[in-house]
Design a protein around this ligand. Structure first.
Ligand code: TYD
Ligand code: MG
Length: 452
């Protein structure tokens, strides 16, 4: 009888342990270990590389062409992938359930089906359901083959006969490899299936998109296990109740990881948002206190967003601080500087900070905006609807320089703003735009002096 061994895996990072552990030594998450039965022979190929022939070769002898890309039909998606998807690459699309992963990939298939043959394997929905959805989204689906095969070897065999250019696996948590005895979705299954798919993609020069469900708790095999194996990891972000979806490259072997793509979920599927600044500022209240527009950089793209600040008398001894879309610790630090340097008494106030539109801004350039939004609320004095502010704040209240000032100011100018509050140390010679007032401030008090 084949000996059966059980192993424990961390569902978050894939850490392997012979016995159950409460806290994972790999990623320090609690209660993430699950037991899996493992056959002996399966163990050997778990660690094999993605390419089977792995004899050492001289680097200069290796012949490569330039990486060839294809356009997905979505400028926003192409930008995140780095000017299109690389042929032969394996791309993981992660995100919460229901956020739009299947919709995006199906729309991409409908876009590229004129030139490419596609195998779309979905175990999440029936082939009829996918067809209904596709019909609703766009006409024409001659070159798309649907399959609900969940056996990874069967799927690869299908792909070998069909010879598609693009394979979609929706989702990796539902496919299984027969030689692993644990259930689909377990760490070893997910790892094995991804490895098989990756190897197949590289050997046949087929582009693969894999959907991976990711819950906040990392319930099903976490993203980390897969991230190492694939070329590109695209992460869907967005508030559950907002229509905007932001796609970010968390890892990209063929391009930058800074770029984001912005989409809007509509009744006709995901639509590209070509001008995110305009969309994020839509519905902005006019002439009220406690709000200001900032300019943040997402990769090479400046994006305007609105920060709102609200202070309210606290009923508790320890007042509440809450941030949405901003770094909580950074915001706490800024509140401390405001107390110390600007003389605000915030120790008995609850403070709420919010970036509207579901975008996340982690950049320190938002500091000045946070200060001005809170100060404007406390003073009950609007900052001005035509004002944009950005700058990093230090612990002494100084406003420090940030990168890409010119791009940020130009974006504000394009959207009709008339006044920019920027760090003093910026070289402002290149910033002379007609009708745009540039106010350079050295510290937070100067900024307050300029607007209030
Ligand atoms: P889906 O792509 O199935 O999510 P995922 O694959 O990430 O789990 O998207 C499902 C959500 O998108 C669902 O709540 C309905 C919504 N949706 C629209 O609003 N409009 C549309 O045209 C489509 C296709 C989906
Ligand atoms: Mg889906």
């Amino acid at each position: 009888m084949a000996s059966v061994k059980t192993v424990f895996y961390c569902s978050e990072c894939g850490y392997e342990s012979p016995k159950w552990l409460g806290k994972c030594p790999g990623c320090e998450h609690w209660n993430t270990f699950t037991e899996e039965v493992m056959k002996k022979e399966a163990k050997q190929n778990r660690y094999s590389s993605v390419v089977t022939n792995s004899k050492p070769k001289k680097m200069s002898d290796i012949e490569v062409g330039k990486e060839i890309r294809f356009i997905t039909g979505y400028r926003e998606l192409d930008r995140v992938l780095g000017n299109g998807a690389v042929i032969g690459s394996v791309n993981l699309v992660g995100g919460d359930p229901g956020i739009g992963k299947s919709t995006l990939l199906l729309q991409m298939c409908l876009n590229i089906q004129k030139n490419f043959k596609i195998l779309y394997c979905s175990a999440e929905e029936s082939v009829e359901q996918i067809k209904l959805r596709a019909n609703r989204l766009k006409d024409g689906n001659e070159n798309i083959f649907l399959s609900s095969n969940t056996n990874i070897d069967g799927l690869i065999a299908d792909a070998q006969t069909l010879k598609p250019n693009v394979v979609i696996v929706d989702s990796i948590q539902t496919v299984y490899a027969e030689d692993i005895s644990s259930a689909p979705g377990s760490v070893s299954q997910v790892r094995e299936c991804t490895l098989k798919m990756t190897r197949f993609a590289k050997e046949n020069n087929i582009t693969v998109f894999i959907v991976g469900h990711v819950t906040k708790e990392g319930m099903i095999a976490g993203p980390k296990v897969l991230e190492h194996m694939v070329d590109c990891v695209l992460q869907f972000e967005g508030e559950r109740y907002s229509n905007f979806r932001i796609i970010r490259a968390v890892k990209n072997r063929y391009g930058s990881t800074d770029e984001i793509g912005v989409f809007e979920m509509t009744d006709r599927g995901l639509l590209e948002v070509g001008n995110p600044s305009q969309v994020f500022l839509e519905g902005r209240p006019k002439n009220v206190s406690g709000t200001i527009v900032i300019c943040t950089m997402e990769g090479t793209r400046p994006i305007l967003a609105e920060i709102q600040g609200l202070t309210a008398h606290s009923a508790y001894a320890a007042p509440r601080r809450m941030t949405t879309g901003l770094d909580f610790n950074r915001a706490s630090m800024i509140m401390a500087v405001l107390e110390k340097k600007a003389g605000f008494n915030l120790s008995s106030s609850d403070i709420y900070l919010n970036i509207t539109g579901g975008i996340k801004v982690m950049e320190p350039a938002a500091d000045l905006g946070i200060c001005l939004a809170v100060a404007s609320n406390i003073k009950n004095h609007p900052v001005g609807d035509d004002t944009v502010a950005f700058g990093e704040m230090g612990l002494t209240g100084e406003i420090r320089n940030v990168s890409f000032v010119e791009k940020r100011v130009n974006e504000a100018f394009k959207l009709g703003f008339k006044r920019c509050i920027i760090p003093y140390s910026t070289n402002s010679e290149s910033l002379s735009l007609e009708g745009m007032e540039i106010i350079r401030v050295k510290n937070i008090l100067e900024a307050f002096g300029a607007v209030f």
